[in-house]
Design a protein around this ligand. Structure first.
Ligand code: GDP
Length: 328
């Protein structure tokens, strides 16, 4: 297997999404200059033939598979068919296309929702497939589990070195701010900002506020992905997170502080809570020497700054969080 060098040909699938774009930034900062990226108009990853032809022609030394259909609790719960189909088709096209093209190494990005809903906390990698999944995101989780098993089976049968990372809830630049399809943190940032502008002094939070979630800044996630590539991690499942969680009510307060919204919180209990808790055990990656470095309060402040900047850049034509196939 060829060692990874600064001149290695690295394909980042999903480079326009939040995670893919963070991986591209991280690789460029580290001096990797031979990046293969393709816009969706040039390469449709849901098209098996196009994807296989691209990979056979380019034969990357390494692939980050960050392309996926992702979204928050409501999008997962309502667009169930899209979530299972698009994710299955993208990952089978890229992973199988990579194998056929002789690509030896790949990093597949999943999500912490692959683990059973009620599993012990913090969640260790070996808890995979030990119990029923959270119903609101079961189709997405099943697709991601299939991707993990595809990597595992190909490694055994064909000797590839395809590893998998499972990030906790991510946030940061390039996130989706559409309130119907976004995750909680971008939704709260947008709602808090709009509430401040409207002078309403209230933040509307879905559910009871009691579920616990672990949040990781996407630049930390990208750093973990590049760390794995550089350490030549050849296979297996790796949780990526901070190892700490907060309640949704607590994160709502942190967002209000960052945005400068003074007032109260109303809980809309007609909306689902989802999994009560999903805190990852991050000791596998920690034992290799990686840990997150961006503190949550600081990360929220930075992300609010990015949000304001992207609004200002786009001026009145700002399309917050237009839905797209993007990274988890
Ligand atoms: P999950 O981690 O897969 O459940 O996905 P989300 O990030 O969408 O939601 C996390 C938690 O935040 C759930 O308990 C939601 O009900 C809660 N939540 C509170 N307010 C919001 C909101 O405005 N949008 C979203 N997406 N979730 C919210």
């Amino acid at each position: 297997m060829r060692p990874i060098e600064r001149s290695s040909r690295i394909y980042v699938a999903g480079h326009r999404g939040m995670v893919g774009s963070a991986i591209v930034r991280c690789l460029r900062r580290a001096g990797y200059h031979n990046l293969l990226i393709r816009d969706r108009s040039d390469l449709d990853l849901t098209d098996q033939r196009q994807t296989a032809a691209f990979l056979a022609q380019e034969r990357p030394d390494y692939i980050f598979l960050a392309a996926a259909k992702v979204g928050g609790i409501q999008a997962n719960n309502t667009q169930r068919g899209d979530f299972i189909y698009q994710n299955l088709v993208i990952e089978t096209n890229v992973i199988n296309g990579a194998r056929l093209a002789g690509v030896e190494r790949l990093l597949f990005l999943g999500s912490s929702c692959i683990y059973p809903r009620d599993c012990a906390q913090p969640i260790r990698e070996e808890y995979l497939l030990t119990g029923p999944l959270e119903p609101t995101n079961e189709p997405y989780a099943i697709a991601k589990i299939a991707g993990i098993k595809l990597c595992e089976a190909y490694n055994r049968q064909f000797g590839t070195a395809y590893a998998c990372v499972m990030p906790t809830n991510l946030y940061g630049p390039n996130d989706n701010y559409d309130l119907n399809s976004s995750h909680v943190l971008p939704a709260l940032i947008r709602k808090a900002h709009e509430s401040k502008l409207a002078g309403s002094g209230r933040l509307e939070v879905w559910g009871s506020g009691s579920p616990r979630r672990e949040f990781l800044h996407v630049d930390d996630m990208a750093d973990a992905c590049v760390f794995m590539m550089e350490r030549a991690v050849a296979e297996g499942l790796y949780n990526v997170g901070t190892g700490e969680d907060v309640t949704i009510a607590e994160v709502a307060r942190m967002v209000m502080d960052a945005v400068g919204l003074k007032g109260g919180i109303s809980f809309d209990t007609s909306k689902p809570d989802g999994t009560p808790r999903k805190l990852l055990d991050v000791s596998r990656l920690a034992s290799m020497g990686w840990k997150a470095s961006i503190d949550l309060a600081e990360g929220i402040r930075l992300t609010y700054g990015d949000y304001l900047e992207s609004r200002a850049l786009a001026g009145s034509g700002f399309q917050a969080g237009s839905e797209q196939v993007r990274t988890p």
